[in-house]
Design a protein around this ligand. Structure first.
Ligand code: X8Z
Ligand code: ZN
Length: 599
């Protein structure tokens, strides 16, 4: 158990009377003490979490749960204390900002009563362990999570797709239902003790604006891009109906969730072959095939990712990154395959943890994860409380923004594609459609995950309605339905990693829009004049320098300041994304003229 976490356990928080006597210097002493305590806790806690995630056993689960409970007790104690120090008059902006963060930046708070933090972390660890060990079936054979994911992208038999979808959701989601409810109840109790209405409100208060305003903001953003999603949905539904027949996929109404090339129907790029327009659709290459043809393996794919960042002027990754990262699924033990990026010592001990497969999805995910690592390294000189993304959407957007530069011309530059294979301008619609299948399709999914959790946390969604409300939101926002009817003995939300692992999700929705804003800004900086989607800023040191300047800020300033530093804008908006896809939108509208839009 980390010593610092215990040090102040018996300390009584300042009373109102004491508060009057306290000065900004006392607040500073408190902030210094807290940051020291966190630094001491973090290294050990991250090592425990790393070993647990890369070697799951009952023992490492127990160690991780214990360490997590310790961290929760510590951060809740500091949050309560911070509330008192916030009342001091004459605090600097930084002091106010840091005290505020201490109060609200806990993902799962526990109440201070005895045993609550321990129970919360046991329940959470059990859920994520269940997810990590999860299996489905394919043709009656057991199949692991890391194999079933890509299989949903390549399988084309609707009966087998249904089997994989149902087995995964039944095996992984349903057994989590009770634990999930318990987790919600305990963490809500914790949030209330900290003065928040519920955990959802806490999550929404990390965006430099009141939580209610943030909820309105994401609705505004969604409305900006919604017409593009509806157009894509209408077109894809028609193509699926053509391929599978109307008994499998009707021409109208929602789309069957398991037909979209992804277990959660969150990104649809894997079924590009089904929706590719005749003529303009054949891009002449598939990134997965190119990687395979050139004998790429996991390591070589990561080296290619690093090479991109190096071309922008970022330092190469340290030797320890290559020694300590987990790149492929070990044969002899359980690991949590969902990709993540780590920085264990808050300095240069950066790592990724992935079960890499040689395919297009993982090539993009590698760039995504490395984006986290380069961000972490860039803000390492900030005070500990400022080591984070300008907001969590920024952290998720950096690597994806870089990956938008993986254009055909870029693939030629790194020797993956022959000059002669570069698709001509008449293939632009195909290129845009391939990209939209991943990027645009994701938008309603990115939004609804936390719409659902916010509802659960606020009590608008009751435990007896978990499944029905999930299905209702999937239908309302994504226009999809499960391949078989679900009832309340199921718990499909738990079959998605971020629900099982309690990772807030609005960040990915923000990132989807932000990455296009960053990309457009970078292409402007690079003086690019062609169609936006053909721009690659590979090798552009000026873009790299400006990016580094934003990354270095960490969370020291409100996020609109960070956004402005790189893009000149202060609002997150769908405008850049709409501009990128404008030619596709016009084309989709033509294609869809004869079909009924929506569901
Ligand atoms: O979870 C992730 C990353 C790790 S932060 C692999 N992503 C979301 C998901 O998989 O659901 C990236 C895109 C969305
Ligand atoms: Zn990420």
């Amino acid at each position: 158990m980390p010593a610092m976490a215990q040090d102040h356990a018996s300390e009584t928080p300042a009373t109102t009377e004491q508060t009057e006597a306290l000065t900004p210097a006392d607040a500073q002493a408190f902030l210094d003490r807290v940051q020291e305590a966190y630094a001491a806790y973090n290294l050990t806690a991250s090592r425990i979490a790393w070993v647990n995630a890369t070697y799951i056993t009952e023992d490492t689960d127990a160690l991780a749960a214990e360490s997590q409970a310790e961290g929760t007790r510590m951060s809740v104690r500091y949050a309560l204390e911070a509330a008192k120090y916030s009342q001091i008059e004459g605090l600097s902006d930084d002091q106010v900002r840091m005290l505020d963060m201490l109060r609200s930046a806990i993902t799962l708070p526990a109440p201070t009563r005895d045993g609550a933090a321990a129970e919360l972390s046991e329940v959470s660890t059990r859920m994520s362990s269940l997810y990590a060990r999860g299996k489905g079936t394919r043709n009656g054979e057991s199949i692991s999570g890391s194999d079933i994911e890509p299989a949903m992208g390549t399988e084309r038999d609707p009966a087998v797709l249904k089997e994989m979808w149902v087995s995964w959701h039944d095996n992984v989601g349903a057994p989590m239902r009770e634990d999930f409810g318990r987790m919600i109840a305990i963490s809500n109790e914790g949030a209330e003790e900290l003065g928040f209405a519920d955990v959802g409100t806490m999550w929404r208060s990390g965006y430099d604006m009141p939580p209610a305003e943030f909820a309105r903001e994401v609705d505004r953003m969604w409305n900006e891009v919604k017409p593009l999603y509806i157009a894509l949905h209408t077109y894809v539904r028609h193509k699926l109906s053509e391929k599978y027949g109307s008994s499998v996929q009707p021409e109208t109404g929602p789309i069957r969730a398991d037909l979209l090339g992804n277990m959660w129907a969150q990104e649809w790029g894997n079924i590009y072959d089904i929706v590719a327009p005749e003529g303009a659709g054949d891009l002449g290459y598939d990134i997965g095939d190119l990687l395979t043809a050139q004998d790429y393996d996991a390591l070589k794919m990561v080296r290619a990712g690093e090479n991109f960042y190096s071309s922008l002027g970022f330092e190469p990754l340290p030797e320890t990154f290559w020694e300590r990262s987990l790149f492929t699924k070990p044969a002899d033990r359980e690991v949590l395959c969902h990709a993540s990026a780590w920085n264990l010592n808050d300095k240069d001990d950066v790592r990724i943890k992935m079960c890499i497969k040689v395919n297009a999805d993982d090539f993009v995910t590698i760039h995504h994860e490395l984006g986290h690592n380069y961000y972490q390294r860039a803000y390492q000189d900030q005070p500990l409380l400022y080591r984070g993304g300008a907001n969590d959407g920024f952290h998720e957007a950096i690597g994806d923004f870089v990956a938008l530069s993986i254009t055909p011309e870029y693939l030629v530059q790194i020797g993956l594609l022959d000059e002669a294979q570069v698709p001509s301008a008449d293939k632009d619609i195909g290129l845009l459609l391939r990209q939209a299948m991943d990027k645009v399709a994701f938008l309603p999914f990115g939004l609804l995950i936390d719409k659902w959790r916010w509802g659960v946390y606020s009590g608008d969604i009751r435990p007896g309605d978990y499944q029905a409300s999930w299905d209702a939101l999937r239908l309302q926002y994504q226009g999809i339905v499960p391949p078989v009817t679900r009832d309340e003995t199921r718990f499909d939300p738990g079959a998605k990693y971020h629900i099982a692992g309690s990772v807030p999700y609005a960040r990915y929705f923000l990132a989807r829009l932000l990455q296009f804003q960053f990309y457009k800004a970078a292409c402007d900086q690079a003086g690019w004049e062609g169609p936006l989607h053909r721009c690659s800023f590979f090798g552009n040191a000026e873009v790299g320098e400006r990016l580094d300047a934003m990354l270095k800020m960490g969370m020291s300033q409100p996020w609109p300041d960070a956004l402005e530093a790189f893009t000149g804008e202060r609002e997150i908006s769908g405008e850049a994304m709409m501009e990128y896809f404008a030619p596709l939108k016009a084309w989709l509208d033509e294609q869809n003229a004869a079909y009924e839009a929506g569901w």
